[in-house]
Design a protein around this ligand. Structure first.
Ligand code: PAF
Length: 278
């Protein structure tokens, strides 16, 4: 069976209206394509929670800065569709840029709270672009439930907060990080790694585990992780930190759960990973 691919908001909405008329619960798996097993696992995770699954594929220009990799971001729709054929997805929503951002588009969102710091230090435009497109996708698909990977942990926290603050009628699920056999978190951007960089990239997860399990004072544990990353061969460390797992603020007496988060660079490639910390 060939998976239906909807290119317009009107066609997508017509399909959703038909499902909803039958009382079906609709799930959304938003992606930017370049699908790997991490994305496919999100489809598997959401499946028990809904009756129909939409996977969206849209490389969202508003979350890329001018100097970032929008033009070169890996795109292979034919390969993505072939992977989705063998998944539990019921259809694909793959609109073009003009459909999502028609001429005269001017609306923007301003974020605070969990959007502050970390990714926003180096990518100040990023979460406003993500929040905007996720808002649009949720409105276009009228999804009852949507899932986002925990690899982009700050993104997940920002989306949860936006959904709460704007009273959006959707449940948000977090999907566990899917890793390569050597521990590297799966990411569409891993294809940018050279053969020489790949074994260094694999060391990130071990350093993250040490940080997450450290009993040393927080700032000392963070400094140790930073030094370990540089001596493993990473070219730069954007952050290696322990934060409040909910707010992403620096932990304090009110913190109930902590999260260790690392972003380190190998040349131009930024590698993200995170896990629950003690
Ligand atoms: O995580 C991603 O792939 C993107 O940021 C998302 C959520 C699909 C929005 O473009």
């Amino acid at each position: 069976m060939t998976l239906p691919v909807y290119r317009t908001i009107a066609d997508m909405r017509a399909q959703v209206a038909a499902w909803k008329a039958d009382g079906l619960r609709v799930g959304l798996v938003p992606t930017m394509g370049a699908l790997h097993d991490g994305h496919l696992s999100l489809i598997g995770e959401i499946a028990p929670h809904c009756d129909r699954i939409i996977t969206s594929i849209f490389v969202n220009p508003t979350q890329f800065a001018a100097h970032e990799d929008l033009d070169t971001y890996p795109r292979n729709e034919a390969a993505d569709l072939a992977k989705l054929e063998n998944s539990k997805a019921n259809c694909v929503f793959a609109p073009g840029v003009a459909e999502m951002y028609p001429n005269g588009f001017t609306t923007a969102l301003r974020l605070d709270g969990p959007a502050n710091g970390l990714e926003s230090e180096t990518r100040p435009h990023f979460f406003a672009g993500v929040a905007l497109i996720v808002n649009k996708l949720l409105s276009q698909t009228q999804a009852d439930i949507a899932i986002f990977g925990e690899k982009d942990y700050q993104q997940l926290r920002v989306i949860r907060r936006m959904v709460r603050d704007l009273d959006l009628p959707v449940e948000i699920l977090g999907g566990p990080i899917i890793r390569e056999a050597d521990g590297l978190a799966m990411s569409s951007r891993n294809v940018y790694l050279t053969d020489a960089e790949r074994p260094i990239a694999a060391k990130l997860n071990g350093i993250l585990k040490t940080l997450a399990q450290s009993t040393a004072p927080r700032e000392m544990a963070e400094a140790e992780a930073h030094a370990a990353l540089l001596s493993a061969g990473f070219t730069a460390v954007d952050y290696a930190t322990i934060r409040d797992a909910d707010t992403l603020a620096v932990p304090d007496d009110s913190t109930r759960a902590r999260r260790a988060l690392i972003v380190a660079r190998l040349g131009d490639v930024r590698l993200l990973d995170n896990m629950a910390a003690i």
